[in-house]
Ligand binder design. Structure first.
Ligand SMILES: Cc1cc2nc3c(=O)[nH]c(=O)nc-3n(C[C@H](O)[C@H](O)[C@H](O)COP(=O)(O)O)c2cc1C
Length: 157
């Protein structure tokens, strides 16, 4: 394993808290581990910059599903960074966390269409959480984060 630190960016936004809660959980174990060679940093989708993305080795994208699509905030994120990162960040590994009331598929598909255009590489199955948050969902989020990070650490992507 390389001694170099890898940087994992978590981009999310939440109107009522649940998407952010899942994303915080996804990064929680990584922040608590002394041995990890992963540095996590978070940014709100509304204010995340191209610089945030340029510094990342991998990204977790957290969005709610609103009106059958990704959150407006996640769309703002892509609009803000798209042309500034498209050349340099091709191939960047990412994972998607969706929090939805009943579906989540529309939000996921919308994100995948844009990440395909960016040339990013989905490194892990999406975490689609529907309905009220439970402890199981939070555990799934922790597993999601640690799995993505483990792959990043060993250079699997
Ligand atoms: C304006 C609005 C539109 C929504 N549209 C959808 C939708 O199309 N599909 C769905 O499954 N949930 C939909 N929801 C439910 C949200 O995705 C759900 O409440 C989610 O947990 C909100 O995430 P948050 O707590 O991070 O804000 C909608 C909620 C709002 C407020």
């Amino acid at each position: 394993m390389s001694n170099e630190y890898k940087r994992l960016l978590v981009v999310s936004n939440s109107r009522t808290g649940s998407t952010n809660k899942l994303c915080i959980e996804a990064a929680a174990d990584l922040k608590n581990s002394n041995n990890s060679s992963i540095i996590t940093y978070s940014a709100d989708s509304l204010t995340a910059s191209a610089k945030d993305v340029m510094q990342a080795d991998a990204v977790i994208l957290g969005s709610s599903e609103n009106f059958g699509y990704m959150s407006g905030a996640m769309k703002v994120f892509f609009e803000n960074i798209y042309y500034d990162v498209i050349e340099e960040k091709r191939g960047m590994p990412f994972g998607v966390i969706i929090k939805a009331g009943t579906s989540g598929i529309g939000a996921y598909n919308g994100i995948i269409k844009i990440t395909n255009a960016l040339g990013w590489k989905e490194a892990i199955e999406p975490l689609l959480v529907v309905g009220c948050l439970t402890d199981l969902h939070l555990e799934q989020a922790r597993l999601f984060g640690s799995t993505l990070a483990a792959g990043l650490e060993i250079g699997a992507y």
